[in-house]
Write a protein that binds this ligand. Structure first.
Ligand code: SF4
Length: 218
């Protein structure tokens, strides 16, 4: 980063504008407990939140606790999560995570990042979603949208998600961390999409140093 003060100022303005655009924002995943959000977030890999929400009511009706899911037969769970894709891997992850949660945490989802990432099948991104959304704790989940926006907006020059997370942590006050990811993700879907960002109608345009902005249509 060339000038830390300029970057910090830009970061502040970016978040202020995104807050104006999305005053209230949270995960679109349906959940009633931290464990349900953990399971839903694992299932949400490579699919839409709508797809996840279409299977989780059945899933949580049949296996309503970590203990129940830990003891489930994989074939039965696979049938329920089948339509979300990668169903074998996802089934294995949510069963082993639930078993691990029972064994080491008495079935209670920890509210600490270092503990959460020790659960089998739980990475920093999933752990941060649960911390920020279910526990209301400061955490920044870095997915592909957050990574892309942070790079285009010059808030990081890293592509490794953990390094991007730490650059964002440096730029923002802890109290703001949990409001960052969902806004970046939504803005990445609505405006700053991967292939053809809508730069000509972007409210962050004059702040953004991205060299390959999409020109306005003629
Ligand atoms: S100007 Fe373009 S690249 Fe920059 S944030 Fe806006 S949409 Fe993304």
């Amino acid at each position: 980063m060339v000038d830390p003060e300029t970057t910090r100022r830009r970061a502040r303005l970016v978040l202020r504008r995104l807050k104006r655009r999305y005053p209230e924002i949270g995960t679109a995943l349906d959940y009633r407990s931290p464990w349900e959000l953990l399971v839903s977030t694992i299932i949400s890999a490579q699919t839409t939140d709508e797809n996840v929400n279409s299977v989780t009511p059945v899933l949580f009706e049949r296996w309503s606790s970590p203990a129940a899911l830990a003891g489930a037969r994989a074939e039965d769970v696979e049938q329920v999560v089948f339509s979300t894709g990668f169903y074998r891997q996802k089934t294995k992850s949510i069963i082993t995570m639930s078993a691990d949660l029972m064994d080491r945490f008495g079935g209670v989802v920890p509210d600490d990042l270092d503990d959460l990432v020790t659960l089998r099948g739980v990475g920093r991104k999933t752990a941060s979603v649960v911390l920020a959304e279910a526990w209301g704790k400061p955490a920044i989940a870095v997915d592909t949208h957050v990574k892309r926006l942070a790079n285009r907006l010059g808030l990081t020059d890293h592509t490794d998600p953990t390094k991007v997370e730490f650059d964002l942590r440096e730029l923002y006050d802890r109290r703001q961390w949990s409001g960052i990811s969902m806004r970046f993700i939504q803005f990445g879907r609505d405006v700053c999409n991967a292939r053809k960002p809508l730069c000509h109608q972007c409210p962050l345009n004059e702040l953004c140093p991205y060299p390959d902005k999409t020109p306005a249509p003629k």
